[in-house]
Design a protein around this ligand. Structure first.
Ligand code: ADP
Ligand code: NI
Length: 214
């Protein structure tokens, strides 16, 4: 197995599957997460191949994109096997993908350094200017309003409530985005998160000021 070739093939595979995705999980999200993962991996001394390949494949088992997480994981495993990725590496990659999603904050903590790196990269793409853009795109794609002061922010929620309950783009800031800074795993990830988090606050303040016609 030539790792460079596997990465190129993975890129093609993911691009073809996600090119029509328009709820903020499109190919460019994957591209950015891969770039961030590479950066963090270098700083943290993590295995670059595992970080890059996992970043490329990380959204392919997402039940909100593909319906069924188990089937998604199986097809990722088949794909990796077809391209000659060894069993121990496949197991590692799949276990990261399985644990890394936020899902209302209900998932188990991530175990390996490479998992921490890729989860941080995915979380960084959910905050800052890009994160704000994705959140409004997602809300639009799901038919949610950008804001409705009569819909309360949800506090604790199950995975189902997180996915299917009533929300708005602005509520999502309180339900997820503002929590991410404290959930970062790596020092380098934390550093990038600081600035992106600050911008979320600044944006919210302005948005709510304008809403109140201040
Ligand atoms: P994860 O990939 O960790 O499971 P999600 O897929 O729930 O996280 O969220 C990915 C991105 O999609 C979020 O960062 C946000 O931009 C957007 N998003 C998800 N759920 C909502 C929602 N209810 N309202 C607005 N945006 C959302
Ligand atoms: Ni993602």
């Amino acid at each position: 197995m030539n790792k460079k070739d596997v990465l190129l093939q993975a890129e093609e595979y993911v691009r073809s599957l996600l090119k029509e995705e328009s709820s903020g999980h499109d190919w460019w999200h994957i591209h950015r997460v891969r770039g961030l993962a590479k950066k963090i991996a270098v700083h943290e001394g993590a295995d670059l191949f595992i970080c890059e390949i996992t970043a490329l494949l990380h959204d392919l088992a997402d039940e909100k994109l593909f319906g069924n997480e188990e089937e998604g994981l199986l097809s990722i495993d088949h794909w990796l096997n077809k391209y000659g990725v060894h069993e121990d590496e496949r197991k590692h990659i799949l276990s990261i993908i399985k644990t890394m999603s936020f899902k209302g904050g209900t998932n188990r903590p991530i175990e390996t350094l490479e998992g921490k790196v890729v989860q941080d990269a995915d979380r960084l793409d959910a905050i800052g200017a890009i994160g704000i853009g994705r959140t409004f795109a997602y809300a639009g794609a799901k038919g949610q309003l950008m804001y409705d002061p009569s819909i309360p922010v949800r506090d604790e929620m199950t995975k189902e409530e997180y996915r299917n309950g009533k929300s708005t783009a602005i509520n999502h800031f309180y339900e997820k985005l503002l929590k991410l800074k404290e959930l970062m795993n790596t020092d380098y990830g934390k550093k990038i998160a600081q600035e992106r988090h600050r911008f979320l606050g600044e944006f919210l303040e302005r948005f709510l000021d304008e809403w109140d016609m201040k």
